[in-house]
Design a protein around this ligand. Structure first.
Ligand SMILES: Nc1ncnc2c1ncn2[C@@H]1O[C@H](COP(=O)(O)OP(=O)(O)OP(=O)(O)O)[C@@H](O)[C@H]1O
Ligand SMILES: [Mg+2]
Length: 473
C-alpha cells in the first residue's frame, strides 16, 4: 500500500480526454484531479499537492503553454507533460524550452501515458539536476527554418532541438542521418531557437576544403604565419562569437585536425596558426555526419574521444522512407513553396500521384522529394500533378544517372546519356521561362537558333510549356 496517493492533474477542455485519463490512471492506482483550462489549472496547483500534470495546449481563457510559463515563473517545477492535437516543431520546441517534462501528441496512446506517468513520478523527489533552472528561456523560436513533419521520429527531433537550448553552450550536438534528411536545417533551427540567436551562425563544410585550407579557416592565422599570410585572418571559432559553429561532414576531418578540434572542445580555447595568444571559444559546436560515425571509429578513421565530446547530445534524423506518413505533408509544403516561387497555381497532387510518392524509397530523402515536386510543378500545366508526370520524373532522374555499359562502347554510352541530358535540359529551361524560346536560349547561354535546333532534334514544342497568359516569343 502506498503511503500517500500521488495526485495527477489533467488539464483539458475536452471532456472525453479527461474521462480517458481518469480511466487509465485510476486503474494504475493514482488519484486524478481535473481542470478545464489554464486558469483552473493554476488554481488547482495552488490549492492542492499535485505531483504530475498532463496539460493540453489549445484551451479557452488560458492556453497550456502560457499556464506552464506562469507556473515556472512562480517556481512551481511540477513535471508537466504537454499535450497537443497537432505536432508542429514550434510548439514542441517551445514546450521543452518552458521546461515541459515531455510532449505528447493526440491521438493519445494509453501505453505512452502510463510510461510517461511512471517516468514523471520517478523524477519527483529525486535531487534536482538543475536542468529546470535554465529551462525558462525568453527567446522565441524563429520559423524561418521550419522543419515539416509530424511523424514520431520528427517529434523526437523537435523535442531534442528544444532541449539543446536549455543546456550550456559547451554541450555539443552531433546531428546524423542520411544525405538530404535535413541535418543543416536542424542545425539552423537549433541556432534560431537558442540563446545564440542573433549572434553569428558559421557553417563550414569539412569535406569541401583541402586540409591546410580547412585548418586556416577554422583557426585563422597571424600575419606572416606562412608565405602568403599577408595579414591576420580570424578563425571560424572566433568569428562565431557566442553563436554557433556548424561543422558539416565532420567525419571527413583528417586525424590531425580531429586532434586539434578535440583540444578546442576540451580547453575551449585555441591559437591562430603562427600565433601564441589563446583565444577563448564561446560558440556552441554542432557537427553533422551522413555516415555511420561509430563504424568510422571502429575502422580507425575517427577518434573516439572526439566522438564523445561531440556526441553530448545526439540528434538522429530518420530517413524519409522510415516516415512515409510525412511524405504528403512535405509534398504539399513544397508544392506551396514552388507555386509561389514559380508563380504557378497547381492545386495539388492527385491521390494516385500521392500514393506513388508514398511508395517510393527516396534514396535522396527530403532533398529528392523537394526536387521532384519542383520539377513536376514546372512541367504541370493542368490543375494537378499526375502520377505519369511523377513517373516520368522518377524515370528521368534514374535514366540520366544510369550509364549504359553493357554492349556499349564508351562513345555509344556517352551519346545516349548526352541525349537524355539534352532533352531534359531544354524542357526544363522552357518550362522555367513559360515556353519563351528567346528567354530560355538566353539563360542557357545559347543563340536562339542553336536552342531551337536542340528543340527540333528532341521534338520539343514551345507551345506545350506556355501558360495561357505567358508572353509569346
Ligand atoms: N523536415 C523538413 N522540412 C522541410 N524541408 C526539409 C526538411 N528536411 C529537409 N528539408 C529540405 O531538404 C533539403 C535538404 O536538407 P539539408 O540540406 O538540411 O539536408 P542534409 O541532411 O544536410 O543533407 P546532406 O547530408 O546531403 O548535406 C533542404 O532544401 C531542406 O530545406
Ligand atoms: Mg547538409
Amino acid at each position: 500500500m502506498k503511503t500517500y496517493k500521488s495526485k495527477i492533474l489533467v488539464v483539458d477542455d475536452d471532456q472525453k480526454i479527461r474521462f480517458a485519463f481518469n480511466e487509465v490512471l485510476k486503474k494504475d492506482g493514482y488519484t486524478t484531479i481535473f481542470a478545464k483550462d489554464g486558469v483552473e489549472a493554476l488554481e488547482r496547483v495552488d490549492a492542492d499537492h499535485v505531483s504530475v500534470i498532463f496539460m493540453d495546449i489549445a484551451m479557452p481563457r488560458l492556453d497550456g503553454l502560457e499556464a506552464l510559463r506562469r507556473m515556472r515563473e512562480k517556481d512551481q517545477s511540477i513535471p508537466t507533460i504537454i499535450i497537443t492535437g497537432y505536432g508542429t516543431m514550434q510548439t514542441a520546441i517551445k514546450a521543452m524550452q518552458l521546461g515541459a517534462f515531455d510532449y505528447l501528441t493526440k491521438p493519445l496512446d494509453v501505453d505512452k501515458i502510463r510510461e510517461l506517468t511512471r517516468k514523471a513520478m520517478a523524477s519527483v523527489g529525486e535531487p534536482e539536476d538543475g536542468t529546470h533552472e535554465h529551462s525558462m528561456l525568453t527567446v522565441d523560436v524563429v520559423d524561418r527554418y521550419e522543419l515539416v513533419g509530424s511523424s514520431p521520429g520528427m517529434q523526437e527531433v523537435y523535442k531534442l532541438i528544444g532541449l539543446v537550448s536549455t543546456t550550456p553552450a559547451t554541450a555539443s550536438v552531433l546531428i546524423d542521418g542520411e544525405s538530404g534528411t535535413g541535418k543543416e536545417l536542424v542545425a539552423r533551427a537549433i541556432h534560431a531557437s537558442g540563446s545564440g540567436n542573433g549572434k553569428p551562425f558559421v557553417g563550414i563544410n569539412c569535406a569541401a576544403l583541402p586540409e591546410t585550407l580547412l585548418e586556416s579557416e577554422l583557426f585563422g592565422y597571424e600575419k606572416g604565419a606562412f608565405t602568403g599570410a599577408a595579414e591576420r585572418k580570424l578563425g571560424k571559432f572566433e568569428v562565431a562569437e557566442e553563436g554557433t559553429i556548424f561543422l558539416d561532414e565532420v567525419a571527413t576531418l583528417s586525424l590531425q585536425l580531429q586532434q586539434k578540434l578535440l583540444r578546442v572542445l576540451q580547453e575551449r580555447e585555441f591559437e591562430r596558426l603562427g600565433g601564441s595568444t589563446s583565444i577563448p571559444v564561446s560558440a556552441r559546436v554542432l557537427a553533422a555526419a551522413n555516415v555511420d560515425i561509430e563504424s568510422e571509429i571502429r575502422k580507425g578513421n575517427f577518434r573516439e574521444d572526439l566522438f564523445f565530446r561531440l556526441n553530448v547530445i545526439r540528434i538522429h534524423l530518420p530517413a524519409l522512407r522510415e516516415r512515409a506518413d510525412d511524405i504528403p505533408l512535405l509534398a504539399n509544403y513544397f508544392l506551396a513553396k514552388y507555386n509561389e516561387q514559380l508563380n504557378k497555381d497547381v492545386k495539388g497532387l492527385s491521390p494516385e500521384a500521392m500514393s506513388l510518392l508514398r511508395e517510393y524509397q527516396f534514396p535522396g530523402n527530403v532533398r529528392e522529394l523537394e526536387n521532384l515536386v519542383e520539377r513536376a510543378l514546372m512541367l504541370t500545366r493542368g490543375e494537378q500533378i499526375t502520377p505519369d508526370m511523377l513517373r516520368r520524373m522518377m524515370a528521368g532522374s534514374r535514366k540520366s544517372s544510369f550509364v549504359p555499359v553493357k554492349n556499349s562502347t564508351f562513345k555509344q554510352s556517352r551519346s545516349k546519356v548526352l541525349l537524355i541530358f539534352e532533352k531534359q535540359f531544354v524542357e526544363e529551361k522552357l518550362s522555367r521561362h513559360g515556353g519563351n524560346v528567346t528567354a530560355a536560349a538566353k539563360s542557357s547561354g545559347m543563340t536562339r537558333q542553336n536552342f531551337q535546333r536542340l528543340m527540333q532534334k528532341h521534338h520539343v514544342r514551345a507551345e506545350s510549356f506556355r501558360q495561357d497568359n505567358s508572353p509569346r516569343s
